[in-house]
Every structure is written in C-alpha cells, then in structure tokens.
Design a protein around this ligand. Structure first.
Ligand code: PLP
Length: 437
C-alpha cells in the first residue's frame, strides 16, 4: 500500500508539511495536553467495529463481536463500543468491573480468565456474567461457589487449546501443547461431561490461538481441528451449544510495507466452514462469536511525544523523547515495530537515520531503531502510530514517571478522557510505618 493511503486508513494526513489526526493538527493536541499523550480516534473505533460486524453479518447474522477489553479498557472506548452494540470479552474481574461501569449488560460480558481465584468466580457469578473456564480442575470450585451463593448456574464454556497457535511473537501465541492456556482435545469430552453431571445445562465453546495474526491462513489448521472437536463433542454428549467462539487475534499493518489482514480470506477460513457445517448438521443455530481487540483499537490511537535531545555520538544518532517503554512497552517487550513520524516537516531538511530513545534508564528503551526522516529540531513533536491497543493498558510508572493522559478526538473536537497522573499519585497508596516517620 502506498504510504499516503496507509496513513489515510489510520485517519492521518500531512497538510502543508504538518500532520493532522482526523481534523486536528497534532502540534495543537501536543501543546494543549502536553506530552507524552495517548490520542484515541472515536471515528476509527466505530469504523473498525462496523467493518467486522458487516463481515460477519454477510455470512451468518446470529453473531456477536466481543471486544477484547484488555486491548484498551478506557471507559470512553468501552462506551463507544457499547453504543455500537458490541459485547465484551474480559480477562480479569477488573475488566468485568470496567465493562459493567461502561454500561454493558451482564449477558454481553464473557469472562475468559486463566488461573481463576475463588474471588474471581464469586465476582463473575454475583454479576451474572458468562464464565469461560481454562481448566477442568476449576469446575469443582466454580460449582461449589454457585451452590454457596445459591445462584442458578449460567452458561459455561471451556477454552479449547487446538494445539496449533499463531501470533506476532512467541509470547502472544496461545495454543500448543507447551502453552498454559485451555484444555487439550484429550480432555474436552471429560470437561463437558463433568459440567453436565454438575447440573450445567447451557454451553458454549471457545478458542483463542494467538494475537497479531496478519495472514489469515495462519488460522487454518487450528480452526479445522476446533471444528472437528466441537462436532465430536456435540455428537458424543448430545449438546446443543448456545455459542461457538473463535477468539480474536486479527492483526493490523504496523508497517507501511505490510498488507492489511485479508478480511474475506479470514471469513472464508474462520467463519464460513463452521456456518456450512451448522447448516448440514442441523445442530441448531448457536451464536458465532469473535473476540477482536487489536483490530478494533490499535489503528485508532497514536502517542504524541516531544523530542528533548538530539545526540550524535560519532557512531549513531539518537532522538531522545519523553515517551518510553513506560508509555509503550511493545517495542521493548516483543521487538514490535511501531511507525514513528514527525508532526511537522521542516523545509529543505536532510533525511537522516536515528534511533528514537525514551527516557527510561535502560538501554532497551528504544521505541524505533534506524528510522529515517527529515532532520527535526529539539522540541519538535513525533507521532508513534498504532498505539491504541496494548498501549496505555500495558503502561507503568517505572522510574517513577507518572502515567500520561488519554485524549479522545472526534471530528474537530478533543476531550480529555483520563487525566495525567501527578507526582502525588506515586505515593497515593503508600503507607510509611511509624518508626520511619
Ligand atoms: C481470550 C482472548 N480473546 C481475545 C484476545 C484479543 O486478541 P487480539 O487483540 O489480538 O484480537 C485475547 C488477547 O490476548 C485473548 O486472550
């Protein structure tokens, strides 16, 4: 894809050498809110959700998109998706709490935990949200807690590990024999039989094979195996499933050289085979679910950061900025590529190559290596693209740097949706024992 179109799909555009996000000059946002700042684009979130919704509707209307809250859990982001009619997938009781606060009804919330505690189960049951178990052993405790609370048992599913995983990095591949998630094929019948014996009557199935999948063929083997497992399960235990969940993982083009995920191919490989089987086997009309996180919000966010240091050590040139791996950990944690572009281009400037370095006191705090762009000056602003997913949610206060604010843009307007943390927040929850005072 040419660079201009690639930027345009993310609602970014240069006008007279200045970068605009939506209809707003990035320099204006940086000056108004300070840097670093996470900027989230409402229009793109709505657009990406609807692209997927139309894709699913075109093949099977009884579908639900459970946005994966872990990707970006800001209340305003959740409210945008709630207003579009999305459901959510939560990976912790905290995410369930946020989803309820954002107004999602409990029957639209699925809690896919791993290593559930009794408190997690209690919170989920008390709030009436669906639970997606990660191990047969958890079923005993879950059943006991349902009985202790005197609550009617809700729908239950197990996360099935189809042993074929995929993803942009080893840490995001979530299927395979050596992987901690889900139950393998050899335990599936036992798991659902046990659930039936415990008196559960409403069932679903689930997989999530990994994150950052940009080639839809990477789903092929896992989906083939999953479908065989589900069909065998339905036949063996005579179960009519309420839902069949295909997880998330849909990748986005972080690099202008990358082609976007081919959504038609995704539909053919992931959704269509199951839909065809449902028609042939007459096993009912379960809801088909998917759980995208990154696809919906990654391209809907940038981080604006300011250059504070230009350094040339004789071997290498560095641009020192005020965002670091405390702000965006993906480059350091996964070696991930995020495109970084200037918010203004100075006339007649030479193109030079730089490493973009954050302020964290570690050599690994490099946001971009060997990046070529027109020579900037200190105090210029840069935009780190595709930071809407796994950005703020993975941030930290390492080196005691308070977290950056979040801003939402829509058309020409911008809104603060999370205040910047301050030094006083660093000590808010601390207690000093008397003998040290
Ligand atoms: C169970 C589950 N569903 C959905 C997702 C969302 O993944 P992605 O953001 O890659 O779509 C994840 C991510 O780890 C997950 O663990």
């Amino acid at each position: 894809m040419n660079k201009k179109d690639w930027l345009k799909r993310k609602d970014l555009e240069y006008k007279n050498n200045e970068l605009f996000y939506g209809n707003i000059r990035c320099n204006d946002l940086a000056e108004q809110y300070g840097t670093p700042v996470y900027v989230i684009n409402e229009i793109i979130i709505r657009e990406r959700y609807n692209v997927l919704k139309e894709l699913l509707d075109s093949v099977y209307t009884n579908n639900e998109i459970h946005y994966a809250v872990k990707a970006n859990s800001n209340l305003s982001v959740l409210k945008i998706l709630n207003s579009e009619g999305a459901s959510v997938d939560c990976s912790s009781a905290g995410e369930v709490f946020l989803s309820l606060k954002a107004g999602f009804p409990s029957d639209k919330i699925l809690y896919t935990g791993n290593m559930f505690t009794n408190e997690d189960f209690r919170y989920a049951i008390e709030n009436g949200v669906g639970i997606n178990l990660d191990s047969i052993s958890q079923l005993d405790r879950l059943t006991r807690i349902y009985e202790d609370l005197g609550k009617e048992k809700g729908a239950i599913s197990f996360r099935i590990n189809p042993e074929f995983g995929a993803g942009h990095h080893a840490h995001t591949i979530t299927a395979g024999r050596e992987i901690k998630f889900g139950i393998l094929n050899n335990q599936v019948i036992e798991a659902y039989k046990k659930a039936k014996d415990y008196g559960f009557t409403r069932f679903g199935t689930h997989i999530h094979i990994g994150s950052g999948i940009i080639d839809a063929t990477d789903y092929e083997k896992a989906i083939g195996k999953y479908i065989d497992i589900v069909m065998n399960l339905a036949d063996t235990l005579d179960i009519k499933f309420e839902f069949i969940d295909f997880g998330g993982g849909l990748g986005i083009p972080y690099n202008p050289e990358q082609e976007p995920l081919d959504l038609d191919k995704y539909k053919e490989i992931v959704i269509k085979p199951m839909v065809d089987l449902l028609e042939q086997h007459k096993i009912g009309k379960p809801v088909i679910k998917i759980e995208p996180g990154r696809f919906i919000v990654a391209e809907a966010g940038i981080i604006l950061t300011q250059i504070n240091t230009k350094k040339d050590n004789g071997y290498k040139k560095f641009l020192g900025v005020d965002a670091g791996f405390n702000t965006l950990i993906r480059p350091t944690m996964y070696g991930s590529y995020h495109h970084i572009i200037p918010c203004q281009i100075h006339e007649n400037s030479d193109v030079k190559e730089y490493d973009i370095a954050g302020p964290i006191c570690e050599s690994g705090d490099i946001l971009g290596k060997n990046r070529k762009f027109p020579e900037p000056i200190e105090e210029d602003y840069l935009a780190i693209l595709d930071s809407g997913a796994y950005g703020f949610v993975m941030s930290s206060v390492y080196n005691s740097r308070p977290r950056a604010p979040e801003v939402l843009i829509k058309g020409k307007k911008s809104y603060i949706i999370r205040e910047a943390e301050e030094f006083k927040d660093l000590i808010k929850k601390q207690k000093v024992p008397k003998h040290l005072n």
